[in-house]
Write a protein that binds this ligand. Structure first.
Ligand code: NAD
Ligand code: UGA
Length: 462
């Protein structure tokens, strides 16, 4: 039975996943390690409001397990040495250089982990891929471990994570399924069983699915591709709705009631964001291309093409509605995170919409309940459309939504935070320039109420 787990990478996946394993398995010591000292310090912060990640319910889980059997540290070697099972949960971003630039997953952090494990391990270990990886990465990890190690045995498992941000704790407590892939040899099967036994502490056996390692790796990319495809499909329909008088919410409801289609992931929006959908589809496209499967690659690439279009056309619509110029106009952004209930902004649609509007010299005034100034400027500067100084000139960041709205020409809703619904919209209207526009990129607000107040209210897909 596994008694000691280490996880390399204390990010959005490693942190919450390991906190839940520690909570549910008090008999297992779980150590989460990272190179980033600030992140580890934040995980160890006495003040649970200062954890590096905002996730509903995460603070309680950390409070219960931290110091008991959950530890956060930068001593990577020590944690590897002590553990029988090592999860790799480091980032696997899209490559920004060399072959596969802009498409392939950058596996340098994964390889560094494999080399470090090989160097440090003096006893047999089970290495678990928790990061999302291209199919057949386990082979590369195995090669590194076997050729640079100290002669000990390694078993590689694939155990992709399916949690969504904002609902990570719920998703981890009650996963639709846990997927574990491994070798079909007796040693491989034994390793799979050891990981099954960890999850079986709280997940029903029927929901723990075991497969060969390649199926497991590819299932993760496939799941994200299918989910993102649904969003792009409904977003494609949203544009057609706008032209035809159909209402995308009604269309989504009507098709979602077909049990073969189902109601989830049919919410039209300003475009999907997040660190994974785009990255994983690009990776899938790249893999298909490397096998010469050009039709497969083109098919999935359209999901991204559609998503880029959706973000762009939202910005374009703001410009054309505001009489074809936003130069010098104040546009208030409600929301910056890529979805509600998270402080994560990676690939958020808000970044791209703001960038397009700033190119038209709009002044963007931003409020997000969980994202601060530093992050917002980092996100904009990362695009390298213009200098940091210039971005700074066009962006105002406030901690009060009413201040953001005051004297603005228009409000754009970029994230579906619940609190936006309960604002005093009459007060907001009174403080704005007229005509007062709302561009609701999340179909969040009450159209009737807003129009009654006097707003010109535009949604996605109606
Ligand atoms: P993240 O960037 O939040 O965290 C990764 C962490 O790994 C960082 O803190 C980084 O400092 C650390 N790290 C990198 N190299 C290291 C090394 N050699 N040694 C020690 N620490 C190192 O990333 P994330 O969002 O947690 O994603 C991790 C993986 O999980 C990715 O492959 C992603 O695709 C996948 N995934 C993410 C989500 C999600 O919701 N974010 C969900 C499912 C799967
Ligand atoms: C997604 C998947 O849902 C997870 O299963 C997966 O583990 C994860 O990616 C990952 O691999 O990183 P996440 O990106 O955290 O999770 O959040 P989602 O709820 O999937 O939302 C992604 C984006 O799509 C958000 O910008 C969201 O606003 C948007 N979306 C989602 C829509 O526009 N419409 C919908 O109907 C659903």
């Amino acid at each position: 039975m596994i008694k000691n787990i280490c996880c390399i990478g204390a990010g959005y996946v490693g942190g919450p996943t390991m906190a839940v394993i520690a909570k549910k398995c008090p008999h297992i010591k779980v150590t989460v390690v990272d190179l980033n000292q600030d992140r580890i310090d934040a995980w160890n912060n006495e003040d649970l409001k200062k954890l590096p990640i905002y996730e509903p319910g995460l603070d309680e889980v950390v409070q219960e397990a931290r110091g008991r059997n959950l530890f956060f540290s930068t001593e990577v070697d020590k944690a590897i040495e002590e553990a029988e099972m090592i999860f790799i949960s480091v980032n696997t971003p899209t490559k920004t250089y060399g072959v596969g630039k802009g498409m392939a997953a950058d596996l340098k952090y994964i390889e560094l982990c494999a080399r470090q494990i090989a160097r440090v391990a003096k006893e047999d270990k089970i290495v678990v891929e928790k990061s999302t990886l291209p199919v057949r990465t386990a082979q590369a990890i195995k090669n590194i471990l076997d050729h640079t190690g100290n002669g000990v045995n390694f078993q590689i498992l694939s155990n992709p994570e399916f949690l969504a941000e904002g609902t990570a704790i719920e998703d981890l407590f009650e996963p639709d399924r846990v997927l574990i892939g491994g070798d079909t040899t007796p040693e491989g099967e034994k390793a799979i069983q050891q990981l099954v036994d960890v999850y079986a502490n709280w997940v029903a056996k029927d929901n723990i699915l075991t497969t060969n390692v390649w199926s497991s790796e590819l299932s993760k990319l496939t799941a994200n591709a299918f989910l993102a495809q649904r969003v792009s499909s409904i977003n494609a329909m949203s544009e057609l709705c706008e032209k035809t008088g159909a209402d995308v919410n009604e269309v989504a409801k009507a098709i979602g009631m077909d049990s073969r289609i189902g109601p989830k992931f049919l919410k039209a929006s300003v475009g999907f964001g997040g660190s994974c959908f785009q990255k994983d589809i690009l990776n899938l496209v790249y893999i298909a291309k490397t096998y010469g499967l050009n039709e497969v690659a083109d098919y999935w690439e359209q999901v991204i093409v559609m998503n880029d279009h959706q973000k762009r056309r939202f910005a374009k619509n703001i410009i054309s509605t505001l009489y074809n110029t936003v130069s010098g106009k104040k546009i208030a952004f409600l929301g910056w995170a890529f979805k509600k209930d998270t402080n994560d902004t990676r690939e958020s649609a808000a970044i791209y919409v703001a960038d397009d509007l700033i190119s038209e010299q709009a002044i963007i005034s931003i409020f997000d309940p969980k994202v601060g100034k530093e992050q917002i400027l980092l996100d904009l500067n990362y695009l390298e459309t213009r200098s940091g100084e210039e971005n700074n000139k066009y962006v105002q960041i406030e901690s009060d939504p009413y201040k953001v709205a005051k004297d603005s020409h228009a409000i754009a809703v970029l994230t579906e935070w619940d609190e936006f619904k309960s604002y005093d919209w009459q007060k907001i209207y009174d403080s704005m320039l007229k005509p007062a526009f709302v561009f609701d990129g999340r179909n969040l607000l009450d159209k009737k109420e807003l129009e009654k107040i006097g707003f010109i209210y535009q949604t996605i897909g109606s």
